[in-house]
Design a protein around this ligand. Sequence first.
Ligand code: ATP
Ligand code: MG
Ligand code: MG
Length: 556
Amino acid sequence: EEKKSLNFIEQIIEDDLANGLPKEKLRFRFPPEPNGYLHIGHAASICLNFGLGLRYNAPVNLRFDDTNPAKEEQEYVDAIKYDVQWLGFKWDKILFSSDYFQQLYNWTIELIKEGKAYVDNQSSEEMAKQKGTPTQPGINSPNRNRSVEENLELFLKMKNGEFEEGSHVLRAKIDMEHVNMHMRDPIMYRILKRAHHRTGNNWCIYPMYDWTHGESDYLEQISHSICTLEFKSHRDLYDWYVDQVFNETKLALRPKQREFARRNLSYTVMSKRKLLQLVEENIVNGWDDPRMPTISGLRRRGYTPSSIRTFSDTAGISKRDNVTDVALLEHCIKDDLNKTAPRVMAVLNPIKLVITNYPEGKEEWLTAENNQEDENAGYREVPFSRELFIEKEDFKEEANKKFFRLTLGKEVRLKNAYIIKGESVVKDANGEITEIHCTYDEDSRSGSGTEASKRKVKGTLHWVSIKHAVKAEVRLYDRLFTDEAPDGHKDKDFKEFLNPNSLKIITAYVEPSLKTAKILDRFQFQRLGYFCVDKETNESNLVFNRTVPLRDSWAK
Ligand code: ATP
Ligand code: MG
Ligand code: MG
């Protein structure tokens, strides 16, 4: 097996191990906020953290970072759990930051007693003004030197709901002149009179992300807390907070925050706020709309867990911001489905083909290979008869030598069936072709072993027997945005770049074996692309989503 080079996070871990960190102390976590569905960017973090767990045989927790009751919901918790498992990973424990609310509160009381935190009741504007700038130091709040007693009393009142939202905050007393703006007396608690999806109305003060995250890592004894680059400047504060509670005698391990670049994908947006906007404004049909970059959208689109894992590994992780080409994601799913998806015949843009020398009323069931890439995939029977559908694009009355499909006077093979020759066309009053008439070579049946069956003709067409075909609704997707970086424009809203043609719905005819296809079953429609059965399929309506066309260019 080919040995992959270590990524820089693995290198950090190797160094820590070499410097004496016992291997049994390695522990990781994936910490989603349950305020939306997971997307392909989260998959990078999931594959990284759970991948480390597998590599080092170390536990990985699924920790919900649920400190903002205004945006968090049980629906999201459930969806996140489902997606992580679907991707193929197993967590050690499911944990919630909200389970630490009491512990965080207790620690906070200690901090106040030590003179390291104070209640500020200035307006947020005032506090922002005092914060300074990256090049200018901030100035102290007039409330910075309240007595411990007063701070304890005010904080208790905050906790007991005696103050309005926004009227008071608790701040860490660090340094208003610190070069790192995050260290200038950051807010630890704010008042939010909102029911929390787990703690209900138990609390009306909620801890801020920074105060929660490192302490949660500490409580769980996470050795490496891996987050995205925008938290790099928070690292000083992460360390300061951990220092306040770190107790070598009790919990021996001091967690480390390390950062990697977010996964960005071309032609889409990834922020949950923007994805939520697309959902709420009905621009897409829910979080699992197959055009969404969410895990649930990709699943419904026909992506496999392994294709997403392969994509995450191949794209790798980086120390610098970058954009991954969506073509890589498409390549990964094509590569996977090429090996695993059964081949079937479906006609998306039908025109009638009549085989004039094939007996009327006759039908035969021909043997077709399910997947030439998989010797265990077996065979199925497809019905053949005198009248078939083929693709309109597969016929031209007159064509040059490079056209290897059907034309008058030339031969092509019908996949799994016979060699036919174009003879004539029937047109309507407008000159549109309504039928193509051809003849077949009755000795040329594929697999029959005759000389004629071995005849080489340029071009093989897929087809369905009209009498046996099943009607299906097929949803053809294109990119949701027309711009490579829709949210990268300062002066324009990302929604200005929505692709008006991102969904096209057509009626197709598919071979009858697909009658029994189940939701999420994936197929290659031969010569066309990969398709999967949509969840809206029912007794009377068979619905397919196009996962990706076979050709690398996008069908316009
Ligand atoms: P958003 O800004 O979209 O809300 P977030 O970072 O707030 O994203 P979280 O639910 O907090 O979303 O993310 C959970 C974990 O996944 C965090 O560790 C976060 O750093 C990581 N993550 C989120 N988005 C990406 C991304 N695009 N690429 C890599 N990791 C990501
Ligand atoms: Mg967020
Ligand atoms: Mg977050």
